[in-house]
Design a protein around this ligand. Structure first.
Ligand SMILES: [Ca+2]
Ligand SMILES: [Ca+2]
Length: 209
């Protein structure tokens, strides 16, 4: 049987030798709320603060249970407060004529990442009047790659403003995931077994001492 002290020792050694990833993705969820109608200067705001420290390699943000009856009213922005880096998830999307705000409805969970197979803009424009943009993963209007290389530490502010009267909506919550770069080296199973064996030998020696 491998006891927990044994595993802890093996993991510590592996971390020391930098052969397993020492940082994992960090995920936090922020509150939702009503999006004030036609209030560009007093948007819905919500923030989360990360205490895990690593260089950002990619960012994913999910707007959970976002509903609204006119997407063309809305500007959604994610800002890293400490650095000032700010990315539009979408910004008053126009319909296919490129002039009028798109009237599509939101009613689902919209996850934004640069690597999504379809842009939110394309999805919004794909339906007619009162089309409901389906829940899914979409590329944002701006590029979340703007955050690459920044420290994960600090406060991230989501703002959603409504910029025209009548149609309204709400956000359930949002979930922000910051991903570090992949570990530079991954241990071969044989290496890990060797480490475990080494720790076992060390533990036995210590017991005898
Ligand atoms: Ca509508
Ligand atoms: Ca409105």
């Amino acid at each position: 049987m491998v006891n927990s002290k044994f595993l802890t020792a093996a993991l510590s050694l592996a971390l020391l030798l930098n052969i397993v990833p020492s940082v994992l993705a960090a995920t936090l969820t922020g509150a939702g709320g009503s999006i004030p109608d036609n209030s560009p200067t007093s948007p819905l705001t919500s923030s989360v603060t990360f205490t895990d420290s690593f260089a950002i390699d990619s960012v994913t943000i999910a707007l959970n249970n976002l509903s609204h009856t006119f997407v063309g009213d809305l500007i959604a922005t994610l800002t890293h407060v400490e650095t000032g880096t700010s990315v539009d998830l979408f910004n008053r999307i126009t319909n296919n004529n490129g002039v009028n705000p798109d009237s599509s409805n939101l009613g689902g969970t919209y996850t934004f990442s640069d690597s999504a197979p379809i842009s939110f803009l394309t999805a919004v424009r794909s339906g007619g009047t009162n089309f409901v943009v389906p829940t899914g993963s979409y590329a944002p209007t701006g590029l979340l790659s703007a955050f690459i290389g920044e420290s994960s530490l600090g406060t991230y502010l989501l703002t959603i403003s409504d910029n025209a009267a009548a149609d309204v909506g709400t956000l359930g919550s949002f979930t922000l995931t910051l991903n570090p770069a992949a570990a530079t080296a991954v241990p071969e199973p044989a290496t890990l077994l060797g480490l475990l064996a080494g720790c076992g030998a060390f533990a036995r020696l210590k017991k005898r001492a």
